[in-house]
Design a protein around this ligand. Structure first.
Ligand SMILES: [Zn+2]
Length: 290
């Protein structure tokens, strides 16, 4: 699943290409339409794909921002403003191409679901192999309240105090620390990969209860999470599973990971172990992480 650095990579690659472009036509896949006709909402949430397509035509993409693991496309048309909110889910990807055939990998061509034709004779295409991604057209962010409940961006001044405050709350104090790191109500942007890496760097067992960590340890852990996210952004994110940026490229942070997916601990060479935390497989070194 793309985490903050991967989503940042997508946004950074989109910004110079599609900012200021107008959407001149929109089509969606039959799979999405059928899903809505069957009472499900694959990818396009809270409105039928036909209505989404109708509303998007004529809108100009004013700017693109990342918030946590979401992409916000700010759109405007004749004085009206909308925000198209996208979560990439497990395998969502955007491509800017003159034709579908130009998407380099067959699996992304096969699972192309939303086609935005722009005024630059190109398409902005949303592909999603597993269809766990989301597209939601809002008039304002508050129209989808879960977005208001996200923790501050981890690079913002108040994020550390916010995280430490959340850790004090009784319902979080009794949780495993890794679960709290992956909870965007506590700190935004870290999923399984970067939570695993930050805990390994701090020599903290992923299953350790939050209440068993001192405020000093939690503060250092927060700083380490930010360091790991920063490092990954610098290396273009991790190319694990189906992450691609708009140019079909993926990053190289996977070569710098020390514990996620590793058979052995790189520090002491003990075999790594895995436990299930919040339904995610968690790698750790039983020797180094306590
Ligand atoms: Zn070790």
């Amino acid at each position: 699943m793309p985490e903050l650095p991967e989503v940042e990579g997508v946004v950074k690659s989109l910004q110079p290409i599609i900012t200021g472009r107008k959407i001149v036509a929109v089509t969606t896949s039959d799979i999405l339409k059928k899903s809505h006709d069957d009472g499900k909402e694959a990818i396009v949430k809270a409105m039928h794909p036909n209505l989404l397509a109708e509303l998007l035509v004529g809108m100009t993409i004013a700017r693109i921002e990342r918030r946590s693991k979401y992409i916000y496309f700010y759109l405007h048309t004749e004085g009206e403003q909308y925000i198209l909110v996208n979560h990439l889910g497990m395998s969502g990807a955007w491509f800017h191409v003159a034709a579908l055939e130009q998407i380099p990998e067959a699996k992304f061509r096969k699972h192309a679901h939303v086609f935005l034709q722009l005024d630059d004779h190109h398409f902005l295409i949303y592909s999603d192999i597993r269809r766990f991604g989301e597209l939601r057209l809002l008039k304002k962010i508050a129209d989808y309240p879960p977005l208001l409940q996200l923790a501050p961006e981890p690079f913002e001044e108040e994020a550390k105090a916010f995280f430490l405050g959340v850790c004090q709350q009784p319902k979080y104090a009794k949780k495993a620390i890794k679960e709290v790191i992956m909870d965007s109500h506590a700190i935004c942007g870290a999923g399984n990969i970067y939570a695993t890496e930050a805990l390994f760097a701090m020599k903290i067992h992923p299953g350790r209860k939050v209440s068993n960590l001192t405020e000093e340890q939690l503060a250092q852990l927060f700083d380490k999470i930010v360091d790991v996210l920063d490092e990954s952004i610098a290396f273009g994110g991790s190319s694990i599973s189906d992450y691609r940026n708009i140019n079909g490229e993926s990053g190289s942070m996977q070569n710098r990971l020390k514990m996620y997916g590793m058979k052995k601990c790189p520090m002491c060479h003990t075999n790594s172990q895995q436990i299930l935390i919040a339904n995610r497989n968690s790698y750790f070194c039983p020797n180094c992480q306590k």
